[in-house]
Design a protein around this ligand. Structure first.
Ligand code: FAD
Length: 296
């Protein structure tokens, strides 16, 4: 499928149908590649609205975002979205990547500032000839291509935003630059997601905001993920998983239950869909799908 004929995620969301999507990352080696494509093929029968592939902070995996999204467009029935960041790129380089994506049949792009090279929470380094903020990247993409653009949103505010109001204004800048929808960082509490939607609507940002879901499958890695996002695990979640920390199987089962309850609350409260952070595995997402009784 050529990029201009690929469906627009913004349009699919505006139609009001529930949107279910899966996120993958470009693997570093052949074994990772094998696991990724196995998971992709196991998740394809669930008929997601779209699947997305992240963009690495640097190094060899960056080219792979174009390669993997292109292969998804060519070889599967799924609609791919490529993440793209401002990190270390001049606008000329970004223009070339956008051309490559278009040639690969990829029309939908998630425009991000990107994690700083030193990782989340470390200082941002500007690139000469590049852009500083995601809103400028959205503006650049919209002025040079006909790509459909989504952006990131943060239920508890971005870790570097001084206040929730400042965070909401950053989102408004992305919306005004032409973004058609947003996908959130993993939601830890449904009320944080509903708060984000309310803050956005109050300042006139009325595009669909899809909540991100990452089930707790492993005690240590979940703590690390939450720490990296500059947040804390909610007390009510800790009370359920702490007693199970030495029983990995029971902890995983409880993690799936917690995520399923969260998904239910989000959908019942009006979320336009769910975006699953799969970490390139399919099992947990399939289990939550089954528990939610989502039919393909
Ligand atoms: P921005 O909207 O630019 O915001 C960054 C910070 O700057 C915020 O604190 C904001 O409040 C502030 N800000 C924005 N505009 C202004 C302004 N005009 N003046 C002053 N301050 C301003 N990272 C990757 O590297 N690769 C990925 O593939 C990737 N995928 C992601 C997918 C999702 C769904 C999410 C939620 C995040 C993803 N990230 C990814 C992480 C993301 O890039 C980082 O969290 C990054 O720090 C913020 O990105 P942003 O696009 O929201 O940036």
């Amino acid at each position: 499928m050529t990029a201009d004929r690929a469906p627009s995620i913004g349009e699919l969301l505006r139609r009001g149908e529930r949107c279910f999507s899966f996120e993958f990352f470009p693997p570093k080696d052949d074994e990772g590649e094998r696991i990724l494509w196995k998971s992709i093929s196991e998740l394809e029968p669930l008929r997601p609205t779209f699947v997305s592939v992240t963009y690495g902070a640097g190094g060899a995996t960056r080219d792979r975002t174009v390669a993997i999204t292109g292969r998804i467009a060519r070889e599967t029935s799924m609609l791919p979205m490529a993440h793209l960041t401002c990190v270390g790129h001049t606008t000329e380089e970004i223009r070339v990547i956008l051309e490559q994506l278009s040639e690969a049949g990829v029309r939908n792009v998630l425009a991000l500032r990107g994690d700083p090279v030193g990782g989340p929470g470390t200082p941002w380094t500007s690139t000469e000839g590049g852009v500083e903020y995601a809103s400028e990247l959205v503006e650049f993409i919209k002025s040079t291509t006909d790509a459909v653009v989504g952006v990131a949103a943060f239920p508890e505010g971005h870790r570097d935003a001084a206040t929730l109001e400042e965070d909401a204004l950053a989102m408004k800048a992305k919306y005004e630059a032409g973004a058609e929808f947003a996908v959130t960082e993993m939601v830890l509490r449904a009320s944080d997601y509903f708060g984000l939607v309310e803050r956005s609507r109050e300042i006139g940002v009325d595009f669909p905001i899809v909540p991100g879901i990452m089930p707790i499958l492993n005690y240590k890695s979940m703590h690390r993920m939450v720490e990296l996002s500059g947040r804390e695990m909610p007390e009510e979640v800790l009370a359920r998983i702490e007693p199970l920390r030495d029983d990995p199987a029971a902890l995983r089962a409880e993690g799936i239950r917690i995520a399923t309850e969260l998904c239910d609350t989000l959908l019942e409260g009006g979320a336009p869909g769910l975006h699953f952070y799969t970490l390139n595995r399919s099992k947990a997402t399939r289990e939550i799908y089954a528990a939610l009784q989502i039919t393909a």
